[in-house]
Design a binder for this molecule. Structure first.
Ligand code: SF4
Ligand code: SF4
Length: 438
């Protein structure tokens, strides 16, 4: 394809950017310029992204046309010439859109074709999630908007690029196993760095300025004590619906610590004692956390004192990571102590995602030494499904030389199920990276 054919979509994107400039949305202008530049990279995932951008552009132009004409009519000003100009702009956008479906572009976008769909989906879902958060919240939720007003869209675009990039690294099961702990640790690091800076006086690094404890049990115990403030609980529930219990393997700001500690220890080995604690230990912790919150509320204990109980609970958890997870090579904190882990494992079943073990499993046990959630042993292999503590981390998939460990979703082949799962998990991760702070 001759590169001049790129001129039409590039012009349409830049014109849309110019419209953003009128509203002082410099980030949008920069993002659309980045997108126009990406057209030249020939990466196949860029094509569906540009198509969606041009479709969205058509809606923006149509709305602007109606508004401009209504404004002129209200002041009895001539509007026919304006209508022609806007019609021309819409036509340009439409022609650019149609050209993107043309055969010429089939040959142009010849790089990284294998996972073009998932990569585009990760970019678009991240952008959609962050744009929704930005438009629905009454304060600037993105850091870019706080420090450089009007540049939020650029942060959104960069996080979309980041999502499709890490997603591409996770295409192979080995890549997923390697990248997951890193991006999980990165998220936790960014989350706690913002908290530390906020506590040191940089208020803008905090969400609202209302501090609360970054202890997962407080997601449930907090609302019980306060009688309100369900934001985190709703967020937790949404992730359960979308990716089942994968909050505890991809998204939790504390779970990443337990994961890191367990990696300092021996290779994971399944244990019966831990399996018992998976339900009993976490069940007891759940009763204690929620019961204590209810008692403290009933007694009218002020929040400043109640917070000490929450902090003590969190410190016990850190102690468990340091002394047990580190030694055993298992995520003892998450699988035996954290109440939200149990809630995630049980209510995560609402979502159809499962880890399946194929009929041709030889029982070799290679996957045992990968599972830090103590969800696999000979008994579970015979049953052809991991134990309740499975969080869909995916580490066992690359361990099985026979390809018998797989993501399962009704109606999807294992390959597609795995791709869809990664798209959802990575998009949630990128959105959390942009908005999750205390
Ligand atoms: S078990 Fe608790 S600390 Fe661990 S990942 Fe889940 S919510 Fe986070
Ligand atoms: S069974 Fe597999 S996916 Fe489930 S927690 Fe264990 S390693 Fe992760």
């Amino acid at each position: 394809m001759k590169p001049y054919r790129l001129l039409l979509p590039i012009a349409a994107l830049l014109l849309l950017g110019a419209h953003g400039l009128r509203q002082g949305d410099f980030g949008l202008v920069a993002s659309l310029a980045v997108l126009a530049g990406l057209l030249c990279t020939r990466r196949a995932w860029v094509r569906p992204v540009v198509i969606v951008a041009l479709l969205w552009g058509g809606v923006v132009w149509a709305r602007a046309t109606v508004d401009f004409i209504a404004f002129r009519q209200a002041f009895e000003l001539p509007w026919l010439r304006l209508a022609w100009i806007m019609g021309g702009v819409i036509l340009l956008d439409g022609l650019a859109l149609v050209s993107m479906f043309g055969r010429a572009f089939d040959t142009w976008f010849d790089r990284d074709r294998e996972w073009a769909g998932p990569r585009a989906a990760m970019f678009l879902l991240t952008v959609f999630g962050l744009a929704m958060a930005r438009s629905k919240v009454s304060f600037p939720i993105l850091l870019a908007d706080r420090f450089l007003p009007g540049w939020g869209w650029l942060e959104i675009c960069l996080l979309g690029l980041y999502a499709q990039w890490i997603g591409s690294l996770m295409r192979a099961p080995k890549g997923h196993r390697k990248i997951r702990p890193r991006i999980w640790g990165l998220f936790s690091g960014v989350f706690f760095l913002q908290l530390a800076l906020g506590l040191l006086g940089m208020d803008r690094m905090l969400m609202t300025g209302n501090l609360h404890l970054p202890v997962p049990a407080m997601i449930l115990a907090g609302p019980v004590f306060r009688g309100g403030g369900y934001f985190m609980l709703v967020l937790f529930g949404v992730t359960l619906l979308l990716v089942g219990p994968a909050w505890c393997s991809h998204l939790c700001y504390i779970g990443a610590w337990d994961d890191a500690m367990s990696r300092l220890g021996a290779k994971p080995a399944p244990g019966r004692g831990l399996r018992t604690l998976s339900f009993m230990g976490r069940g007891a912790a759940l009763v204690i956390a929620v019961g204590a919150a209810w008692v403290l509320r009933t007694l009218g204990v002020p929040g400043s004192s109640a917070v000490l109980f929450g902090a003590a609970f969190g410190l016990i958890g850190v102690g468990i990571m340091l002394f047990f997870s580190r030694r055993k090579g298992m995520m003892v904190h998450c699988t035996s102590f954290c109440p939200m882990g149990l809630v995630g494992n049980i209510f995560g079943r609402i979502s159809p995602w499962r880890m399946g073990i194929g009929a041709d499993c030889t029982g070799c046990g290679a996957c045992f030494t990968r599972c830090r959630y103590n969800a696999l042993d000979k008994e579970r292999l015979a049953l052809r499904r991991p134990a309740l503590s499975c969080t869909l981390c995916g580490d066992c998939v690359s361990a099985c030389a026979h390809g018998q460990m797989r993501y399962v979703f009704p109606g999807l082949s294992p390959e597609i199920a795995r791709a869809v799962f990664i798209v959802l998990a990575v998009s949630l991760h990128a959105v959390f990276l942009g908005v999750a702070r205390i």
